[in-house]
Write a protein that binds this ligand. Structure first.
Ligand code: ATP
Ligand code: MG
Length: 590
């Protein structure tokens, strides 16, 4: 400790939102270099290396081979797959001195695909799995909580290459099993959930989420075992209903009906329904968004949903594409669409309707997508496109149509699971890993083909698999730390044991050094606190630093004992000096 490059801090960093961030900085594991960009100090780097070691071992165990790509990459491959544009503002684009375009890799599908195309040409070369552990760059809109969401971060990314779907399934399953081992070894409580594939494209994908109240992801689970990121929950379409008995639509004055609540109470007063009172779910709310696509297109979108529901922006982003910027309609947007009466928008003025001959929607028309609950025969109270007026008994399929369906409402606890396995419960998590069956999207875009058994060229099918390595350091810290500091599980701790010499006596210092040395020679990594500081300072530091086992050498020496403390449980045991090495080796043995 007297030589280690570390300074523990008594104060929380001003920008620390989460305990893991606070403790990693205060314990001298990381330092901020710029927003979302961190420097690893010796202790932090040792934890990072431990995570990497676990990930490497499990990747090697499924036969994946390590390579290492540059982070600075040429534009062309990303142009060919469309991601140079699609990635939007999240991509760090740079120019070289000749004006050539480069980027800092946010993920490497393109480069891996091209590498394999370069060197392989036959089905006999497959299957193949390659991986790297490397820094990734994403100009995140909201860098957060230190390592949890960085703009530079460490990812393990691997890619599988197979000749057919069955092969891809096998590669995917092997990765899935490896991830189960990785996250179990990291000591994280995690769930595997269905996911959307975001900017990656492709079909089947699952996420590994660490269960954490502070997580940015929300996931659902049902008693029957359905689990999904809320972004991926696809509610089934409601059944169509007969509407022969529904009266013709009629427009009514509904003054002061600015909210769904006031609208419902006015409806019950002025236009009581024959069978039961109107409720919020009988109203059709039309919400307008402006979507700014990464390629510069601006697109208006109207979403029709039952009035008791809200649009979940993250679910909408997942559907529209994460790089698109989605903003509510502004007053200028309303002004630019004079048919829309703010607060009284009804489906009659929405939608492309019949497309003109050139397949282009009429100028000023707005794409109209509805919730899966809004199906033919459903009967609604909704805006009449006139101030202070609503239309009643407007029937979907009879009085209006939509351009399609979009499932983006906020998922609520108790909603039925889409597979019929019971009511959903919601919880929060942190995305630690993501596995995708990419299929042939990248191989097709970049021309990765091999000869099959019959000498015919076939397109290779791929999988892509990521682990947030630096995020894992923060996630483990977040789920294990307490109010005194970090608490590392053995496999990740920078040192297995911290030996603390207390008091000024030469004898104590010598004995502490001797114990540390005896452990060291057996291969145990030991941090010896040999500083000339007060016991109080040393104990507090040992707690902040979070080595799993702390050996206190001090007053007890007079009775021939040292104290062995367990950082996680707080348990303290006196152990005879002569037995301390064996005792600790016993503890660490497992
Ligand atoms: P998120 O939804 O959290 O932004 P993502 O879906 O964009 O993540 P992937 O492209 O699936 O991320 O990347 C693979 C893994 O890399 C993620 O599962 C996550 O653990 C990690 N990761 C992604 N973005 C970051 C980041 N900004 N900082 C740290 N780790 C990250
Ligand atoms: Mg992901």
């Amino acid at each position: 400790m007297s030589e280690l490059f570390v300074r523990t801090l008594r104060e929380d960093p001003a920008d620390a939102e989460l305990p893991s961030h606070r403790w990693l900085v205060r314990a001298g594991y990381i330092r901020r270099a710029a927003p979302g960009i961190y420097t690893w100090l010796p202790l932090g780097l040792r934890v990072l290396r431990n995570v990497e070691r676990i990930v490497r071992e499990e990747m090697e165990a499924i036969g994946a081979q390590e390579v290492s790509f540059p982070a600075l990459l040429p534009r062309e491959p990303y142009e060919l797959t469309g991601r140079w544009t699609e990635y939007g503002d999240a991509l760090f684009r740079v120019k070289d001195r000749k004006g050539g375009d480069y980027l800092l890799g946010p993920t490497h599908e393109e480069l891996f695909t091209l590498l394999v195309k370069d060197l392989y040409g036959s089905y006999k070369d497959l299957p193949l799995a390659l991986y790297q552990i490397q820094n990734k760059y994403r100009d995140e809109a909201r860098p957060r909580a230190g390592l949890l969401r960085g703009r530079e971060f460490v990812m393990k990314d691997s890619y599988s290459f197979d000749i057919d779907d069955a092969g891809l399934q096998k590669s995917y399953d092997a990765h899935r099993d490896a991830y189960i081992k990785i996250f179990t070894r990291l000591g994280l409580e995690y769930v595997i959930v269905q996911a959307t594939s975001g900017a990656m494209g492709g079909s089947a994908s699952e996420e590994f989420l660490a269960v954490a109240e502070n997580g940015e992801d929300t996931y659902v689970r049902s008693p029957g075992g359905y689990t999904a990121n809320v972004e991926a929950v696809a509610r089934p379409r409601a059944a169509e209903q007969p509407y022969d008995d529904v009266p013709a639509a009629h427009v009514e004055d509904t003054p002061d009906s600015a909210t769904i609540e006031t609208l419902v109470s006015q409806a019950n007063e002025l236009q009581p329904r024959e069978d039961r009172p109107w409720q919020a779910s009988d109203t059709l709310k039309n919400v307008l968004f402006m979507i700014n696509h990464p390629d510069g297109r601006r697109e208006a979108l109207a979403i029709g949903l039952p009035g008791d529901r809200e649009v979940d922006l993250k679910r909408l982003e997942a559907q529209v594409g994460e790089s698109a910027e989605i903003v509510p309609f502004s007053d200028e947007d309303f002004a630019a669409h004079p048919k829309l009466v703010k607060g009284y928008v009804g489906p009659q003025v929405l939608g492309f309707g019949e497309l003109a001959d050139d397949d282009q929607p009429a100028p000023g028309s707005i794409r109209y997508l509805v919730d899966p609950e809004v199906v033919t025969g459903t009967r609604w109270v909704t805006g009449a496109n006139e101030p202070g007026k609503h239309v009643f008994d407007l029937v979907c399929g009879r009085d209006f149509t939509a351009d399609g369906t979009i499932d983006v409402v906020e998922i609520r606890a108790g909603d039925p699971a889409p597979d019929g396995s019971g009511p959903l419960a919601l919880a929060r998590g942190m995305e630690m890993g993501h596995i995708f069956q990419l299929g042939r999207k990248y191989a097709e875009a970049l021309g990765l083909k091999v000869l099959d058994e019959n000498g015919k060229l076939v397109t290779v099918t791929m999988g892509s698999y990521g682990v947030g390595v630096s995020r894992a350091v923060a996630a483990v810290a977040e789920t294990t730390c307490d109010d005194k500091g970090l608490v590392w599980p053995r496999e990740l701790a920078p040192f297995a044991v911290q030996v603390v010499a207390t008091g000024k006596s030469e004898e104590v210092a010598a004995k502490a050094a001797e114990i540390a040395e005896a452990l060291s020679v057996t291969g145990v990594e030991v941090l010896l606190d040999d500083r000339k500081a007060s016991p109080g300072v040393k104990f507090a530091d040992a707690e902040i630093l979070g080595m799993p086992t702390i050996v206190v050498v001090g007053k007890g020496l007079a009775d021939g004992v040292v104290e062995v403390r367990d950082r996680a449980t707080g348990q303290r045991d006196d152990v005879a000096v002569a037995e301390v090495t064996d005792h600790l080796l016993g503890l660490l043995g497992d």
